[in-house]
Each structure stands twice: as structure tokens, then as C-alpha cells.
Design a protein around this ligand. Structure first.
Ligand code: ADP
Length: 457
């Protein structure tokens, strides 16, 4: 709905309209002559004053601050219009004038001109009602007539005010709907650019990883190539001696390890750069940890005892379940590797979940050697590994951090005061989870086949 009223018109539009009104008021003196059957001066004077006052009011409105003065000038407008129209009625025959019957339309006219506020229509209604009553009394008509005319003006005022109120409501609803539409459009725009930004960041990371991959693949490739060349020479000059057979076997083993490493690097990268088809959803962390722990139990079986304490009551998180399980599995396998490498007796790995403010925090800790300072600063660098080329690619923590950040969380590392490593995974809590009984922490014992619940814990 679109509407232009005198109240909402631009200053130029409004001035033109007022001039047309003023001219019409004066020119309609012709009607007065017809009504009276003669050219009488008083109605012309009243019309002249009316036109001048109207133009003066318009001038005042355009000169003054419209917002501040409109509440004063608009009702004044009502007073001027009703008084001077009553003046025209009075000078053309009072209650016998044909204009007398038009008095009740004045409040309606004001409601039309100033729909933004009920005051001009109400004031016009009051002045007009008093005016008609006085005129009827002066014309010596019964008091009942005076009341009836006043009521008629009152009814017209009511309809005028009610109509303009409905108009205001419709305008407000239209304004609200437009704002809502604009808000939705800008939110969609924001979401689109956010998706675009995430995708470009991901591409940039993949680009950086790809550059490092080229560098990393070069090493195993170099020795694989020279080993293959050696084997070609050996096969060409095969003498069948035990020594050269042993040498060829060693070279083949090394070649195979190199190939494995290349395969692992490529697999890790493909996994990372693949666009996830699975949508993020609400995940119960206890379930995700159980999945990861089940897979990790094979690796940890002979190395450490795994204790899981992740209550089901924790608020859910928003993530891709498989990806989150992949992150936790990676942390558990790392802990197992560290314990095995340091030959720790009585190795322990803990996974604890808790709520801190509006975050769900998962702590993966072990009682292994922890991180030497030089390692701690480079942990999350792609291809940083201390495990030797056969065992580690150095991509696990880099990719894990990238995934956790994609879910809106953080992944950090520190040393435990009592010794050992601690990885801290923080994720924003989603909506509060429903009440569910705590089934107790899970326990994984070395040499046990699968996860068990800890009694009474
Ligand atoms: P990778 O496991 O292939 O080496 P990661 O990025 O997963 O790659 O780990 C990088 C390095 O961080 C590891 O080589 C290891 O030195 C160190 N690290 C990770 N987890 C632990 C841990 N729990 N205790 C000690 N060192 C760790």
C-alpha cells in the first residue's frame, strides 16, 4: 500500500496543494453568490481570511522544523478550518445555509488531510459541534435539534478518527513488513558471503597444504626413485649372492615404506579437501567419544588404560559426527603413540567432558612425556611430526584444528602440571540437552576387547 497525504507529502507538493486549496476557497465565493442570490461582502472577507490563514500556516510549517511543530500546527489547522467554514455558513444564512449540512464532513476532511494524528480531527469535531449548536440555538430551533447536529458531528469525528487509526495501523504493518523483508535479505546476503568466505579460506588452506605436500612428497619420492633405479641395476646384473639378495630386500622394504608414506599423505589430504556431503547436525558428545574410543581401543589396547568420563547430560554440539569422531580418534592415537614411544609403564589416557559457560569442553590427557617446548609451538603446523617418516605425516593435528574451527570451536594443547599432554577441544554448546540418566564413565582396559562402564563412578 502506498499513500501520499498532505501530512506526508514533500514540502513542494504540500505548498502547491495548499495554494490550490486557498484558490478554491476564494473562487467558491461564486457559489455563495448563487446561494444568496446577490454578491455579499462578508462571505468574501471570511473566505479571504481563510485562504490567507491557510497559506500562512503552510508557510509556518515549511519554515519550521516539521517534526517539532507539526503537533502544534496541525490542530491549529483544524481550528482555523472549522471556525472559518462556520464563518462562511453564518454569512450565507446560518442554520438555513445549504453549507450548514456540510459541517459534519469537516472532521472527516481533517482525518483525511492529517491521518498521522487523531488530534486535528478531534479538535475540528469539537469546534464544529459547538458551532452548529450555537447556530441552531441562535436560529431559535429546539434544543433537541442542536444536540442531534452535535451528535452527527461527533459521529463523523469518530469515523474519521477510527478510519485514520486503521490507516496508521496498515501503514505501520507495511513499514514493519518492509523492514522484515530488508532484514531477511541482508541476513541471506551475510550468510552467502560467510559461506563464500569459509570456502575461500578452506581453498587457501588446501592451497598452502598442497604446496607443503609437493615439498613433503619430494623426499620419499627421491629415495623411491633411486631405490627403483638400484633395483633395476641389480636385476640386470643379478648374480644370486646372499648379500645382494639381502640388500635388494632392504631396498624393497624401504621403497614400500616410502610408498606407504606417499599414500598416507595423499589420503589425509584427500580426506581434508573433500567437500563434506554429510550435513552438520546436533551431536551428543558422549556418543561421538564412544565411537572414537571404540576405534582407538585397538591402538591403545596394549599401551594404555583409557578412561572416558563424558556425561550424556552435556549440551549437544553442532558438528558432523564422523568428522568430530575423526578428531577425537586422532588425539587418542597420538596419546597412544606418545606413551608407546616413551615406553611408559601403566599408561593412562583420559577423556573428560564438561560445560564451561556456553561451551562444551573435552579434555584428552595422557601421562606420557608431554610436549617439549620446541614441539609445543609447532604442533598444529601441517607436516610437523616427530614420529619419523614411516609413522607420522604431521597432518593429524593441523587437520583436526581446521575441522574443529569449522564447527565454531577451538583446539589447543598444553602440558599437564603433573606431567603428560593435554589437548583441549572447545565447542559452542547448542540448545540444552534433555535430561538423561548418567550411565557412568566408560573404561577401556588394556587387553580388553571393548569399552566397559566404570561401576559407581
Ligand atoms: P603425526 O601424528 O602424524 O605426527 P600430528 O599433527 O597428529 O601428526 O602430531 C604432531 C606431533 O605432535 C606428533 O609428531 C607428536 O610429536 C606431537 N604430539 C601429538 N600428540 C601428542 C601427545 N599426546 N603427547 C606427546 N606429543 C604429542
Amino acid at each position: 500500500m502506498s499513500s501520499t497525504t498532505l501530512a506526508s507529502a514533500s514540502p513542494r507538493q504540500s505548498r502547491r496543494t495548499y495554494r490550490v486549496f486557498a484558490a478554491a476557497i476564494v473562487l467558491m465565493y461564486g457559489l455563495d453568490v448563487l446561494v444568496l442570490g446577490e454578491a455579499s461582502l462578508p462571505p468574501l472577507v471570511v473566505r479571504g481570511v481563510w485562504a490567507v490563514l491557510l497559506l500562512t500556516l503552510e508557510e509556518l510549517m515549511s519554515l519550521s522544523d516539521r517534526k517539532t511543530w507539526r503537533p502544534v500546527l496541525a490542530p491549529l489547522h483544524g481550528v482555523v478550518t472549522s471556525l472559518l467554514f462556520l464563518g462562511v455558513v453564518q454569512t450565507t444564512g446560518g442554520d438555513a445555509s445549504p453549507y450548514f449540512h456540510l459541517v459534519p464532513t469537516l472532521p472527516l476532511l481533517m482525518a483525511l488531510i492529517f491521518p498521522q494524528s487523531p488530534t486535528p480531527a478531534i479538535i475540528t469535531g469539537v469546534v464544529s459541534a459547538l458551532g452548529v449548536m450555537v447556530m441552531v440555538m441562535v436560529g431559535h430551533q429546539p434544543a433537541g435539534h442542536a444536540v442531534a447536529w452535535a451528535l452527527m458531528v461527533g459521529a463523523a469525528t469518530f469515523f474519521g478518527v477510527y478510519g485514520s487509526e486503521q490507516f496508521r495501523k496498515a501503514q505501520a504493518a507495511e513499514h514493519e513488513a518492509r523492514l522484515e523483508r530488508e532484514r531477511r535479505e541482508s541476513l541471506e546476503k551475510l550468510a552467502r558471503s560467510e559461506r563464500h568466505r569459509t570456502q575461500s579460506e578452506k581453498l587457501a588452506t588446501v592451497g598452502r597444504l598442497a604446496a607443503s605436500v609437493a615439498h613433503e612428497i619430494n623426499n620419499p619420492l627421491a629415495f623411491v626413485r633411486s631405490n627403483v633405479e638400484f633395483l633395476q641395476r641389480e636385476v640386470a646384473a643379478w648374480q644370486g649372492s646372499e648379500d645382494s639378495r639381502k640388500e635388494a630386500t632392504e631396498v624393497l622394504d624401504e621403497t614400500r615404506a616410502g610408498l606407504e608414506r606417499i599414500h598416507q599423505i595423499v589420503a589425509d589430504l584427500r580426506g581434508f579437501s573433500r567437500i563434506d556431503t554429510a550435513e552438520d547436525s546436533e551431536c551428543v558428545l558422549a556418543d561421538v567419544v564412544t565411537d572414537a574410543a571404540r576405534l582407538a581401543s585397538l591402538r591403545l589396547k596394549h599401551v594404555a588404560r583409557l578412561r572416558v568420563d563424558v556425561p550424556r547430560e552435556l549440551p549437544p554440539v553442532h558438528a558432523t559426527q564422523q568428522r568430530l569422531a575423526q578428531v577425537i580418534l586422532n588425539l587418542l592415537v597420538n596419546a597412544g603413540d606418545a606413551l608407546e614411544e616413551a615406553k611408559v609403564q601403566g599408561g593412562e589416557v583420559w577423556v573428560r567432558g564438561s560445560v564451561e559457560g556456553d561451551e562444551v569442553v573435552l579434555r584428552v590427557e595422557d601421562n606420557g612425556p608431554g610436549f617439549p617446548p620446541a614441539v609445543l609451538t609447532r604442533l598444529f603446523e601441517a607436516f610437523f611430526t616427530t614420529k619419523g617418516p614411516e609413522k607420522g605425516t604431521g597432518l593429524g593435528l593441523a587437520i583436526s584444528r581446521e575441522l574443529v574451527e569449522r564447527f565454531g570451536g577451538t583446539l589447543t594443547a598444553e602440558n599437564r602440571a603433573e606431567g603428560g599432554a593435554r589437548l583441549l577441544l572447545r565447542l559452542p554448546a547448542h540448545i540444552p540437552s534433555q535430561e538423561a540418566p548418567d550411565t557412568g564413565p566408560l573404561l577401556f582396559f588394556p587387553d580388553h576387547e571393548g569399552p566397559q562402564r566404570e561401576e559407581g563412578a
